[in-house]
Design a protein around this ligand. Structure first.
Ligand SMILES: [Ca+2]
Length: 400
């Protein structure tokens, strides 16, 4: 280059060299511009491509939502027909209350704009049974299916919440069904629902699932889960968990067996004994096993420690859920609620699901356990975490 420059200077003179330099520079700039343009084109194409991917994914999920919606409408109509066939025996006082509540509900939904606060008044302080009575009274008085009317008049999580109240005792099976319906199964929900259930609860759920969806729960779980988790869930669905107290005769051997299949094993973990024991022993037995295990562990650590060491991912979650529920269900659910609410934001869907699941079971115990541990009433915490109509509805439900 230096040689070329000096030669150019010599032969062409400085002025000519400058002209040559300008030409070179112009050509160089043009090339740069072309390169820039090519880069921009590439970026635009990339953007368009990722937008197209996004659109495709959205379209897929919309289509799926639509299908789900269609399925659930179909199901709820079938459900309504079923319910009409076997009307519950209604007492006069129940009918009177239902008439009053139905009128509030109807007025809330009859106009162009739905009154959410009236819907809260209509449903949120009623028992599951009373809401079932309302469903019957609504059909005969207004000629409409109450569930469908609510579905059409509401949206978002508020709708999910009200539909949960309307499902009442069928809420668990509806939850299982929707947890398995999408592209991926929501395994945590399946674990949550099945882990806490007693054998008679499981059998009731299987019957209800068959009745409401005309499908086999065990078959659906088999189709929608896999691997070790599937094995555990199938054992839970066999509904062979012992009921009653600690089986002292097998406490020590169980603890030893879990240890030698897990922490005591040089390589890997033998999961089968874990699945058998966690799937079939009574909750009281598992609670005692948590302490018994410490006697056989060198550092005197409990079963929780072993689960955290030996398992990861969903198996860890599943075994811990069963263990925690065995030790203290109210504590487990108050911790779960705290998990959903802690930090910035709130998993409102998780909170609503948990409260609906425990509504007529142990919600009072969960509330007092929460108050005790967090030194703050659960209702106050919910009030600051939940938003809008869901907030008002949940508070009305808990303040009965
Ligand atoms: Ca929060």
């Amino acid at each position: 280059m230096a040689k070329f420059l000096s030669k150019a200077k010599d032969t062409l003179g400085f002025g000519k060299y400058e002209k040559l330099y300008d030409e070179e520079r112009a050509a160089h700039e043009e090339t740069l511009e072309l390169l820039e343009a090519a880069k921009r084109d590439l970026e635009n194409t990339k953007e368009a491509l990722s937008q197209a991917e996004l659109d495709l994914a959205r379209e897929r999920s919309l289509r799926e939502d639509l299908q789900n919606e269609l399925d659930s409408i179909k199901v709820s109509e079938e459900e309504a027909v079923q319910k009409e066939l076997e009307e519950i025996q209604i007492q006069e006082s129940e009918r009177e209350l239902a008439l009053k509540q139905c009128e509030i509900a109807y007025n809330a939904m009859k106009g162009f704009i739905t009154s959410e606060s009236k819907l809260i008044e209509a449903f949120c302080s009623q028992t599951f049974r009373q809401i079932q009575v309302m469903k019957q009274v609504y059909v005969s008085n207004y000629g409409k299916d109450l569930t469908n009317h609510v579905r059409k008049s509401t949206s978002g999580l508020f709708r999910t919440f009200l539909l949960g109240l309307l499902q009442g005792e069928d809420y668990e099976v509806n939850l299982l069904r929707s947890a398995m319906k999408g592209l991926t199964s929501e395994e945590e929900i399946i674990i949550e629902v099945l882990a806490i259930s007693s054998p008679s609860d499981i059998n009731k759920m299987k019957e209800m699932y068959k009745k409401v969806f005309d499908r086999d729960l065990q078959e659906d779980v088999k189709k929608n889960t896999s691997g070790e988790l599937q094995k555990l869930l199938i054992v839970l669905l066999q509904a062979e968990r012992s009921i009653g107290d600690v089986d002292t005769s097998s406490l020590e051997s169980d603890a030893k067996m879990l240890h030698s299949a897990g922490e005591g094993k040089t390589f890997g973990t033998d999961i089968q004994p874990w699945i058998q024991i966690f799937g079939n022993r009574s909750f009281a037995h598992l609670k005692a096993l948590n302490d018994e295990y410490m006697k056989h562990q060198k550092k005197q650590k409990n079963l929780r420690y072993a689960i955290e060491r030996c398992f990861g991912g969903k198996m860890q979650k599943a075994f811990l859920t069963i263990l925690d529920i065995s030790i203290d269900p109210a504590l487990y659910f108050s911790n779960l609620l705290n998990e959903f609410m802690k930090g910035v934001g709130c998993n409102e869907a998780g909170v609503v699901r948990t409260l609906l699941l425990r509504k007529e079971k142990d919600i009072a115990a969960i509330m007092s356990t929460y108050d005790e541990i967090h030194k703050e009433p659960l209702v106050l915490r919910l009030q600051s975490e939940l938003s809008g109509d869901v907030n008002k509805g949940i508070l009305a439900m808990l303040e009965v």
